[in-house]
Design a protein around this ligand. Structure first.
Ligand code: HEM
Ligand SMILES: *[C@@H]1O[C@H](CO)[C@@H](O)[C@H](O)[C@H]1NC(C)=O
Ligand SMILES: *[C@@H]1O[C@H](CO)[C@@H](O)[C@H](O)[C@H]1NC(C)=O
Length: 328
């Protein structure tokens, strides 16, 4: 039997190079999202997404807020992989009924409409996870906030995790400041990122059941503001639970820095909002963003890009779903 000849150091080096290149292309950890990812394969993706988001927001302003939140809840569970979009079936349970999502997360029909339009212009190319990221970006811009170049190249998960979605990785509105910092830290986001991303609460609505304790029991709240909110959110649990109130009392369909001004005046709606300005370590950031809308815009953009980078599936991992509601 012939003995294998020992490899020369030259061929050994080439094998190492080939293997590393293979690993890069096969989508191990080194793959990166890029802003020009669809430049050749789907240059029309941006106009397609934007037109559907514009229509949706024209019909209902709140939808812009719902689409921004959808991206957050997608990214915090398994990474930004479209896992939140998967419907439950008789043999599959996804994340839609998880406590932070059930009767709360919205926008799935809009994502379906975007996907149809995008499939029409470039079939089988653009992931649902990327569509969610672009729709969130467009929503902020359409509602008067900053616009940024969104990084792309995420692929869609074939799975979702109800238990992870329920495990507290998306922090509840009853959280302490420490818990908020820890939960964002677990996703590679700093306390500053957490404070600036919470500024997304300058748009959108919340249900009575999620702020009842705050408006009846907390003391770090403006009295007149509490009474106003109490008028449509009864004390008794079970009554009016789904009644809505704006997260930003005056301009809930305009993306500005008034969220932070509200906190300075003890008019944060959620416990997790007001806790960011309650004599703790994040007070100075709230003061900064309340006075400096430009600082808020710049830091919000940077933090959204960072959030959009959370554990994407790339390369040959995951898939490009045909229908955002189910794996292929
Ligand atoms: C810091 C931790 C956070 C907590 C505890 C929290 C909690 C909540 C709660 C309880 C609601 C109301 C849900 C309902 O009534 O069903 C809400 C709404 C919303 N959240 Fe957050 N959130 C946090 C961070 C974020 C982040 C990072 C974003 C996006 C960057 C975001 C965007 C939104 C938006 C836009 C809405 C309104 C959605 C709509 O009107 O459909 N939130 N959030
Ligand atoms: C989700 O909400 C529906 C009501 O719309 C309720 O019937 C169901 O029990 C909830 N699911 C969970 C897991 O809480
Ligand atoms: C407020 O606190 C009291 C006393 O701890 C408690 O019984 C009640 O459920 C809390 N919530 C509301 C909405 O009153």
């Amino acid at each position: 039997m012939a003995r294998l000849s020992p490899l020369s150091s030259y061929s050994r080096a080439s094998i190492i190079v080939v293997i590393s290149l293979l690993m890069m292309f096969m989508g191990s950890s080194s793959a990166q999202l890029r802003t020009d990812y669809y430049k050749k394969t789907c240059p029309k993706v941006f106009s397609a997404v934007e037109s559907v988001v514009e229509d949706a927001i024209r019909k209902e302003k709140r939808m812009g807020a719902s689409l921004v939140r959808l991206h957050f809840h997608d990214c915090f569970v398994q990474g930004c992989d479209g896992s939140i979009l998967l419907d439950d079936t008789s043999s599959f349970t996804g994340e839609k009924t998880a406590a932070p999502n059930n009767n709360s997360v919205r926008g799935f029909n809009v994502i379906d409409n975007i996907k149809s339009k995008v499939e029409h212009v470039c079939p089988g190319v653009v992931s649902c996870a990327d569509i969610v990221a672009i729709a969130a970006r467009d929503s902020v811009a359409i509602l008067g906030g900053p616009k940024w170049d969104v990084k792309l190249g995420r692929r869609d998960s074939k799975t979702a995790s109800l238990s992870l979605a329920n495990s507290g990785v998306i922090p509840p509105p009853t959280s302490t400041l420490g818990n908020l910092v820890n939960r964002f830290g677990a996703r590679g986001l700093s306390a500053k990122d957490m404070v600036v991303l919470s500024g997304a609460h300058t748009i959108g609505q919340a249900r009575c059941t999620l702020f009842r304790d705050r408006i009846y029991n907390e003391t770090n709240i403006d009295r007149a503001f509490a009474r106003t909110r109490q008028s449509t959110c009864p004390r008794r649990s079970g009554s009016g639970d789904n009644n809505l109130a704006p997260l930003d009392l005056k301009t809930p369909t305009f993306f500005d820095n008034s969220y932070y001004k509200n906190l300075i005046h003890k008019k944060g709606l959620l416990h997790s909002d007001q806790i960011l300005y309650n004599g703790g370590s994040t007070d100075s950031l709230i003061e900064l963003y309340s006075k400096n809308p430009k600082a808020f815009s710049n830091d919000f953009v940077a933090a959204m890009i960072k959030m959009g980078d959370i554990s994407p599936l790339t390369g040959s991992n995951g898939e490009i779903r045909k229908n955002c509601r189910r794996a292929n």
